[in-house]
Design a protein around this ligand. Structure first.
Ligand code: SAM
Length: 219
């Protein structure tokens, strides 16, 4: 009668096609299959001597989740894009690993279970300013003792032009301020705190990004 899905009525995001669904709608893997270098930092800092539980937030097509599962971690991973998740499931099947994949929106999903390692790459710019404190508090309180959070965020710098292919919603949500992420973790141990500038060719026009990378440990 209201012409609304149950998801919308309950406040969940609609199942509509996201921009990423379009990128992922091909047999090629949009982000490739090479794991993020931060996965090696996870191996170094928390080697899988026990079946540590990992959560990959915004896992995309699953390259990092699958790499970590192949190395002995118990991995859960979510993304907003159903298309990404279906490719991630196919990759996990192909590699013979079990991963709990589910669809969720980082903006309204709140963790109920604890994890030893929480990882997110290239996603937190979708979190609006006003939700950042609550979301990060939730991640921190659901990290086990000595567990780590491994997160990177795009940051704004006055000397780097905004990328040409940036979506309106990304500007609205707001790229992070340099140093903003680490303030949320001031009471944890910093294992890595780095800012780096890199070249990018997405959208066909060469440009640069600046990224803050933070690995923190709950002591
Ligand atoms: C730049 S990609 C990074 C994907 C993956 N982490 C990687 O590095 O290969 C950003 C990902 O965030 C997902 N995403 C965007 N908004 C989201 C949201 N609100 N909740 C969960 N995932 C979201 C997109 O679908 C996309 O897969």
């Amino acid at each position: 009668m209201l012409n609304l899905s149950i998801d919308s009525l309950l406040g969940y995001p609609s199942q509509s096609i996201t921009e990423y669904d379009k990128h992922y709608n091909s047999t090629d893997y949009y982000w490739g299959l090479v794991p993020n270098h931060l996965c090696y930092e996870i191996l170094r800092l928390k080697p899988p001597t026990r079946p540590y539980k990992v959560l990959d937030i915004g896992c995309g097509e699953g390259k990092d989740a699958v790499f970590l599962a192949r190395n002995g971690y118990h991995v859960s991973a979510f993304d907003l894009s159903e298309q990404g998740l279906s490719k991630a499931r196919a990759l996990a099947d192909h590699c013979g690993v079990e991963i709990e994949f589910f669809r969720a929106d980082v903006r309204d999903f709140r963790l109920q279970k604890n994890y030893d390692i929480i990882f997110s790459s290239g996603v937190f710019h979708y979190i609006p300013h006003e939700l950042r404190g609550a979301i990060i508090d939730n991640l921190k309180s659901h990290t086990t003792e000595n567990g780590i959070n491994v997160i990177n965020v795009f940051v704004k710098k006055p000397f780097i032009a905004l990328p040409p292919d940036i979506e309106e919603c990304e500007i609205d949500a707001g790229i992070w301020k340099s140093g903003e992420l680490l303030m949320y973790y001031h009471d944890w141990l910093f294992r890595k705190n780095e800012e780096r500038i890199f070249d990018c060719h997405s959208g066909g026009i060469p440009h640069q990004h600046c990224m803050d990378v933070l690995i923190t440990q709950k002591i």
